[in-house]
Write a protein that binds this ligand. Structure first.
Ligand SMILES: Cc1ncc(COP(=O)(O)O)c(C=O)c1O
Length: 363
C-alpha cells in the first residue's frame, strides 16, 4: 500500500535531538530561538514565534488580535475542526461562509454578507495548501477594520498570487503535525509582520510572563520544546525542495489523468499551492466509495478530508452555530485525497496516476 503520508527522520535530525537531550535545556532554549530565526529568514524577515502546535498558534494569534468572548469570527465552512476550536474556546462565535467548488477555499464573494459589528477577525484556511484569495479578503477586512488571521496549518511553502510566501505578511499560524509537509510530530508557528502583535503572542505563549513569575497577562502554555525545535530545524531548509517535489507529482497527475468521472484539482501553474494534499472530486458520494475501494485494490491509500462540512458538524449544531453551506456539504461527500508527498518514488507516482486514470465507476 502506498501511504498518503510518511514521516522520515534523518541522521542530522536524530543527532540534533540527542544533543538537546544531553544539554539539560529541554524547553525555551537555544534550539527554539534558532528555529525561529531560520523561519524568519525563510519568510523574508517576518516575526516568527514557535509554539506547541497549530491550534495553540491560532488561539494565541486570535487572542493577540482581539478575538474575545462575544466576538464573531468569519471563517470557512470547509476545514479541520482545529480552525474553529480556538474561536469556540474563547467564547466567540464562528460565522461560516460557503466555499468555492473548484478550490474548497472560502468564497470571497460571500464574506461581506457574513460581516457584522461584532466581527473581530476573518479566518481563511489555505485548504490542502492552496492559498485562499488573500488580496480580496484583505480588502473586505480593511473596509471593516478587522484583521485577517490565516489558518496556514496546511500551507508551509505555499505562495500567494503575488509570489510572496504564505506567512511572510499579515498574521498566520502553521502546524507541523505528523502529516504536514514538514513535521516534528507536534508543533506550530505564528508569523506576523506586526512587531507588537508578535510580542503579544510571545507573552501569551509563556503564561504572560515578562520575567520569572512576573505576569503581564493571564496567558497560556503554548511553548514548543527544544526537542521539537531540534527535529524541525533541518526541515526548514527543505521547504522549497519538499514543495517542488509535491508540485512535480501533482503536475504528473495533471498531465497523466484524463478521466471524465474524476474532477482534478484546478491546475494553474503559478497558483503557489504547496500541495499538502492532492484532492480529486467524484460525481457522487457513491462513486467516491467505489473510487476508494478501487484505490485500495490498487494498493494506494486514500483519505477523505473532510467527511463533513464544519458548518454541519453535530458539535457545531449543538453550539447553535451551524449554517447551510451547500458547496461545502457537497465537497464533504465527493472529495478524495491520494498520495502526493515528495518522498514518493517515480513508480509510485505512476501507480497513483494509473489508478486514477483507469478507474471506471459502475453504472
Ligand atoms: C486547517 C487546519 N487547521 C488547524 C489545524 C490544527 O493544527 P494542530 O494539529 O497542529 O493543532 C490543522 C492540522 O492539524 C489543520 O489542518
Amino acid at each position: 500500500m502506498i501511504p498518503i503520508s510518511q514521516v522520515r527522520v534523518s541522521g542530522v535530525q536524530e543527532r540534533a535531538v540527542v544533543e538537546v537531550l544531553r544539554s539539560g535545556q529541554l524547553a525555551m532554549g537555544q534550539r527554539t530561538a534558532a528555529l525561529e530565526a531560520r523561519f524568519q529568514a525563510l519568510l523574508g524577515g517576518a516575526h516568527c514565534v514557535a509554539v506547541a502546535n497549530g491550534t495553540v498558534g491560532l488561539t494565541l494569534a486570535m487572542v493577540a488580535a482581539g478575538v474575545r468572548r462575544g466576538s464573531e469570527v468569519v471563517t470557512t465552512a470547509f476545514s479541520f475542526i482545529g480552525t474553529i476550536e480556538p474561536v469556540v474556546q474563547l467564547g466567540a462565535t464562528p460565522v461560516f461562509v460557503d466555499v468555492e467548488e473548484r478550490t474548497g477555499n472560502i468564497d470571497v464573494s460571500r464574506v461581506e454578507a457574513a460581516m457584522s459589528e461584532r466581527t473581530a477577525a476573518i479566518v481563511p484556511v489555505h485548504l490542502y495548501g492552496r492559498p485562499a484569495p488573500m488580496a480580496d479578503l484583505r480588502e473586505v477586512a480593511g473596509r471593516w477594520g478587522v484583521p485577517v488571521i490565516e489558518d496556514a496549518c496546511q500551507a508551509m511553502g505555499a505562495r500567494h498570487a503575488d509570489g510572496t510566501m504564505v506567512g511572510a505578511s499579515g498574521i498566520a499560524a502553521f502546524s507541523f503535525y505528523g502529516s504536514k509537509n514538514i513535521t516534528c510530530g507536534e508543533g506550530g508557528l505564528v508569523t506576523t509582520t506586526d512587531p507588537e502583535l508578535a510580542e503579544r503572542v510571545r507573552l501569551l505563549r509563556n503564561h504572560g510572563s515578562v520575567a520569572a513569575y512576573e505576569h503581564q497577562a493571564v496567558g497560556y502554555n503554548g511553548r514548543m520544546t527544544d526537542m521539537q525545535a531540534a527535529l524541525l530545524g533541518p526541515e526548514v531548509d527543505r521547504v522549497e525542495a519538499v514543495t517542488r517535489g509535491r508540485r512535480d507529482h501533482a503536475r504528473r497527475y495533471e498531465e497523466r489523468v484524463d478521466n471524465p468521472a474524476i474532477e482534478k484539482p484546478p491546475w494553474v501553474d503559478a497558483d503557489g499551492s504547496c500541495w499538502h494534499q492532492y484532492t480529486v472530486r467524484t460525481r457522487s458520494e457513491g462513486e467516491r466509495r467505489q473510487l476508494q475501494s478501487w484505490a485500495e485494490e490498487q494498493g494506494v491509500e486514500s483519505r477523505v478530508y473532510y467527511p463533513a462540512a464544519l458548518s454541519a458538524l453535530p458539535v457545531v449544531r449543538r453550539l447553535g452555530s451551524a449554517r447551510t453551506c451547500p458547496t461545502a456539504e457537497h465537497l464533504a461527500r465527493t472529495v478524495l485525497s491520494v498520495p502526493v508527498r515528495e518522498s514518493l518514488l517515480p513508480e509510485e507516482v505512476e501507480r497513483v496516476a494509473a489508478m486514477l486514470e483507469r478507474w471506471r465507476p459502475a453504472p
